[in-house]
Design a protein around this ligand. Structure first.
Ligand SMILES: NC(=O)c1ccc[n+]([C@@H]2O[C@H](COP(=O)([O-])OP(=O)(O)OC[C@H]3O[C@@H](n4cnc5c(N)ncnc54)[C@H](O)[C@@H]3O)[C@@H](O)[C@H]2O)c1
Ligand SMILES: [Zn+2]
Ligand SMILES: [Zn+2]
Length: 394
């Protein structure tokens, strides 16, 4: 089969490799029709999270079941399915409580497994023609329609991007009337903003510095804030003051900030004054400054255990200085971590089918698998309007 292999840092190759194989009677093999590139793949591509070099990359599959293990009950050959990035078993203590990204059995000795991901069980990645899906009954999400239909680009986002964006809004319980600031307008941040709107948020701001991404945020019903053009906290406070000056019925005008904030950037956040440099600190400072008392904060951008290339020495060991007192004195709630994708994917699938959600609005490029090397290069440079790339394995 053909597969996208991360040979070394910044070296992507499309190669003929051995076909994915069935290993257990609970497996299925998927023949993929779409497979996406995630911002997380860029952390591996840039050599900032290492461990999959020489292996297949990717964790956002959509396809047709090609082969079915004898113990699989709920899936048959020919079914159209997607599977969550985080491989789950469905029966361990974490899965049973819905925390499927911390599954205790699929990556023995640790919590959480994933395709094409360092230290997550060693499962082959999903940017390939075929994918082995373990524990198929727990992982396969059945989908209507057929390859290439009007839902193809929506369904592929159920593996990770849409579920992660939604997860951010669900863990901090975004409700009608909330005001939300999302930092980072990659597909994950954009879909978090979109999900906040779906959940009834009154105003959603999206902070980034890339013109096409901010424009996309506007198309999704959010208010774009370019952080290079001025302090984003000030910009959002000004916008809030304008809107609040009329209907401040409960003396809420002095609050001035937002009720919820989402970090959809992670450890490679760029500097506020120089986009070519990294500065992991200021986003959390800005969030602490911006949230109102009792503000709720979701951190879904990735923070790896170690980062030898971090610009700050403490960050190399996974430490970050945060304005703890400010957060404490605001009674802030902070929830962070990986997406419990399996928990949300069937609900979001149904919203796609009924037309209540169209996450594919963030998809900008559909390319043959063979184009993966240049797709990675351009997506990494965030050039030519690359926001979300879907690769086509056939
Ligand atoms: N928690 C999870 O389960 C999960 C799942 C998927 C992705 N992720 C992580 O979410 C993050 C976003 O993923 P993506 O696919 O959208 O990536 P992306 O790289 O396409 O988007 C990141 C965006 O953040 C912007 N940005 C950088 N510094 C910024 C700053 N200081 N302020 C505001 N914006 C800034 C960039 O310009 C870019 O548009 C990544 O860290 C990824 O690893 C986490
Ligand atoms: Zn991802
Ligand atoms: Zn489990």
């Amino acid at each position: 089969m053909k597969a996208v292999v991360l040979e070394e840092t910044r070296q992507i190759a499309v190669r003929e490799v051995q076909d994915a194989q069935m290993r257990e009677t609970t497996d299925v093999l998927l023949r993929l029709t779409s497979t996406a590139i995630c911002g997380t793949d860029l952390h591996f591509y840039e050599g900032r999270m290492r461990g999959i070099e020489g292996g297949i990359i990717g964790h956002e599959p959509l396809g047709i079941v090609d082969e079915v293990g004898t113990a699989v009950r709920n899936v048959k050959k020919g079914d159209r399915v997607t599977v969550p990035t985080h491989i789950c078993c469905g029966f361990c203590a974490m899965c049973a409580d819905g925390h499927t990204s911390a599954c205790l059995t699929t990556n023995p000795g640790a919590a959480g497994a994933a395709y094409g991901y360092p230290n997550k069980g060693g499962y082959a990645g999903a940017q390939a023609q075929l994918l082995r899906v373990p524990l198929a009954d727990a992982n396969c999400l059945k989908l209507p329609g057929e390859p290439g239909d009007q839902w193809e680009d929506d369904f592929v986002l159920l593996a990770d991007a849409f579920t992660t964006g939604y997860h951010a809004t669900a863990i901090i319980d975004i409700l009608p009337g909330d005001t939300v600031a999302v930092f980072g307008a990659g597909s994950v941040g954009l879909l978090a903003a979109y999900s906040a709107r779906l959940r009834g948020a009154a105003r959603v701001y999206v902070v980034d510095a890339i013109a096409e991404r901010l424009e996309k945020a506007g198309e999704l019903g959010a208010i774009p804030i370019n952080f290079i053009e001025g302090d984003p906290v000030e910009q959002i406070r000004r916008a809030q003051a304008k809107w609040r000056s009329g209907p401040a019925f409960r003396q809420e005008a002095p609050l001035g900030g937002v009720t919820c904030a989402i970090d959809a950037i992670g450890f490679q956040a760029r500097s506020k004054t120089d986009f070519s440099k990294e500065d992991p600190f200021w986003v959390m400072e800005a969030i602490a400054e911006l949230i109102n008392p009792a503000g709720r904060v979701a951190i879904i951008g990735v923070w790896p255990p170690k980062d030898p290339h971090a610009v700050e020495p403490a960050s190399r060991e996974g430490r970050l200085t945060v304005p703890w007192s400010k957060l404490f004195n605001k009674n802030a709630s902070i929830i962070m971590g990986r997406d419990d994708d399996r928990r949300w994917n069937s609900k979001l699938r149904d919203m796609i089918i009924t037309g209540a959600a169209k996450p594919s609005k963030v998809v900008t490029h559909r390319l043959p698998l063979d184009d993966a090397p240049s797709a990675f290069e351009k997506f990494d440079a965030r050039q030519d309007g690359y926001i979300k790339v879907i690769l086509k394995p056939d």
